[in-house]
Design a protein around this ligand. Structure first.
Ligand code: NI
Length: 190
């Protein structure tokens, strides 16, 4: 099922996300909904809070980028309870990012080039892997969502100032989008 994507300003994106336990009801439905919703909006990664579910689940499919980055061929990951450890010795690289929850905004974000990732997959198998390059960036972006962070939290105050009015419009629900969205509830009039 394609779900609406929650937009910047909605409190669900800043709420704490719970660890998933094996008895979590509807885990496979949630994962399928994340996939459908992400493909429908042409994203390469999505986190459960972006569809209004505050749990630690992420889906990533960067295969679409394989023409430019062959190492991403067939690269699809379902991450349950992921834990990212950045490799502090690795270089920090700046590259443009966007986010389905912050439509129309693309900004350079500085991130570590290498990470270690521990996660559980949809079959409840645990994995440990060193990841680098563009995939490391996507994993960090998506796992940030699980820590209530958005990519625009990483940009400089000056850049933030430049996109301030666009962000304010998002909060007010003054945006257009090709996919179904859910904006922040309006403040009650007194
Ligand atoms: Ni995002």
């Amino acid at each position: 099922m394609i779900l609406p994507i929650y937009i910047y300003g909605h409190p669900v994106l800043r709420a704490a996300n719970a660890e998933v336990t094996p008895d979590y009801p509807g885990l496979h439905d949630l994962i399928n909904n994340l996939k459908e919703t992400m493909y429908n909006s042409e994203g390469i990664g999505i986190a459960a809070p972006q569809v209004g579910v505050n749990t630690k689940v992420v889906y990533i499919d960067v295969d679409v980028l394989a023409e430019d980055m062959p190492e991403l061929k067939d690269c699809r990951l379902t991450l349950i309870n992921p834990v990212v450890t950045v490799d502090e010795t690795a270089p920090i690289v700046s590259r443009e990012e966007g986010c389905l929850s912050v439509p129309g905004i693309h900004e350079n974000v500085r991130r570590h080039e290498k990470i270690h990732l521990h996660w559980t997959d949809e079959n409840w198998q645990e994995h440990d892997q060193d990841i680098e390059g563009y995939l490391a960036r996507v994993v960090q972006h998506e796992c940030d969502h699980l820590d209530q962070k958005l990519f625009i939290d990483h940009i400089s105050p000056i850049r933030k100032q430049l996109i301030r009015s666009k962000l304010n419009n998002m909060v007010k629900g003054n945006i257009r989008c090709d996919y179904r969205i859910k904006v922040a509830p309006r403040n009650r009039k007194r």
